[in-house]
Design a protein around this ligand. Structure first.
Ligand SMILES: [Fe+2]
Length: 429
């Protein structure tokens, strides 16, 4: 059942995107601060799962999406596998069978259940997963309290990865349940109070495109605080003269693209995208449907609040890379590279860079110069996925607070459109 409270489940995070709230200052009581950060992240997962029934939490609506119950268990296994087993003396795993069920893709951590079969698992039930989470929570807190000072740095290093990992799954929990609800003819609402994220009014002003600073710039993470390994090494790039869209592309602009036959013009489409469009009959962004099924009915979209009219002023979302690329070609412009996006974000040229929708770039997800994945299972986190995927930048309105930053590299396969994925444009001078 939905929560009785009227407070929205989703809180917008755009203004918090540059801060990393998890890491304590060096002079503070690190053990207590990390314990509080751990509690806060773990509680946020449960808060996001709380509107969902046991039935909701089992479903897997496609191989790319995982059940809520699986997200809750997998993030817990991550702490058990990588933090407690190696570091907490005398720790007993909650259930020796769970490593097989809830290991996602870590080959070095042992055999695992097939990803597309996650929705077939009714047992362990939600109550067992809650007990698993409580067992691991108590053990992590014991580890933080009792670890020798000499061990604390390594423990915190892994704990911090685990917290950011769980935040990634908090976003996936919502995108995945939205995909599941979109398969349901009664169009359930996850959060009746949800509304499409508004965009900055300045995005429609006459200076809609801002000149990018040309020349050599540094991109990649080079600050204090946390980053994933794929955000480094920081390195230099060269920017051609260009102007970048301050604002996100809106549903209203997308409706123009559709009205001018954008989905029916093969000259706008990459070959793979056109093949997908034909195979799946794509004619609108993900989750859009015509009112009453009528061919000329108004467009509705399945949202976290259920079925709502498409708002022309809201940013377009749930578009694939192929669709974003076709739109850019139709508009006579381009998708930015990830370096262009990052330089522009650091120079404060972008409205709604964070906290609204992820933005496709035309950059393939590749290692930065000199990047090497770490040894061991955690080295599998990012590096082995650097093939056949495209980078998205920014963050969305369901990205947890404190998780985004200018150097953050999200990545998905080009056909993916169940994430909150939109776009902005660039033009060359
Ligand atoms: Fe994971």
């Amino acid at each position: 059942m939905p929560p009785a409270t009227s407070a929205p489940v989703i809180r917008r995070t755009r203004d918090e995107a540059q801060s990393l709230s998890l890491r304590p200052a060096a002079s503070s009581n690190a053990r207590a601060v990390w314990r509080e950060a751990f509690r806060a992240v773990r509680a946020e997962t449960e808060r996001r799962a709380s509107p969902l029934s046991a039935e909701d939490q089992v479903i897997q609506s496609m191989p790319d999406a995982s059940p809520t119950k699986w997200h809750r268990a997998h993030t817990t296994w991550f702490f058990e596998q990588f933090l407690l087993v190696p570091h907490l003396r005398g720790y007993r795993v909650f259930d020796a069978r769970f490593a097989f069920l809830f290991n996602s893709y870590y080959v070095a951590a042992g055999p695992r259940h097939a990803r597309p079969m996650r929705g077939n698992i009714t047992r362990p039930d939600c109550a067992a997963i809650a007990a698993f989470r409580a067992h691991v929570d108590a053990a992590v807190e014991r580890l933080l309290a009792e670890a020798a000072d000499a061990e604390l740095a390594e423990i915190v290093r892994v704990l911090e990865i685990g917290l950011h990992h769980e935040q990634q799954h908090q976003e996936l929990l919502l995108t995945d349940i939205l995909h599941a609800f979109a398969q349901n003819p009664i169009a359930p609402a996850y959060d009746a109070g949800w509304r499409a994220p508004a965009i900055s009014s300045s995005s429609t002003s006459s200076d809609a495109f801002a000149p990018l600073p040309t020349g050599i710039h540094s991109v990649g993470f080079d600050g204090d605080g946390y980053c994933f390994d794929n955000e480094g090494p920081a390195h230099q790039i060269y920017l051609q003269p260009a102007r970048i869209g301050r604002g996100l592309v809106t549903n209203g602009q997308w409706l123009e693209f559709m009205a001018e036959g954008g989905y029916a013009m093969p000259s706008l489409w990459l070959s793979d995208g056109w093949a997908l469009r034909e195979a799946e009959g794509l004619d609108a962004p993900g989750y859009w449907r015509r009112q009453d099924g009528a061919r000329d009915g108004a467009w509705l979209t399945l949202t976290l609040a259920g079925l709502l009219p498409v708002d022309p002023d809201a940013p377009v979302t749930h578009v694939s890379y192929y669709e974003a690329d076709a739109f850019a070609r139709w508009a006579g412009k381009h998708l930015p590279t990830e370096a262009e996006w990052e330089v522009a974000a650091r120079a404060n040229l972008l409205d709604d860079a964070f906290g609204v929708v992820w933005q496709w770039t035309r950059s393939a997800y590749l290692p930065y110069p000199g990047y090497r994945a770490a040894e061991g299972a955690l080295g599998e986190y990012n590096g082995k996925f650097m093939i056949n995927q495209m980078v998205l930048r920014g963050s969305s309105h369901v990205t947890p607070a404190g998780h985004a930053r200018a150097s953050y590299r999200n990545f998905f396969h080009p056909p993916a459109r169940w994430q909150f994925s939109g776009l902005r444009l660039v033009e060359y001078v």
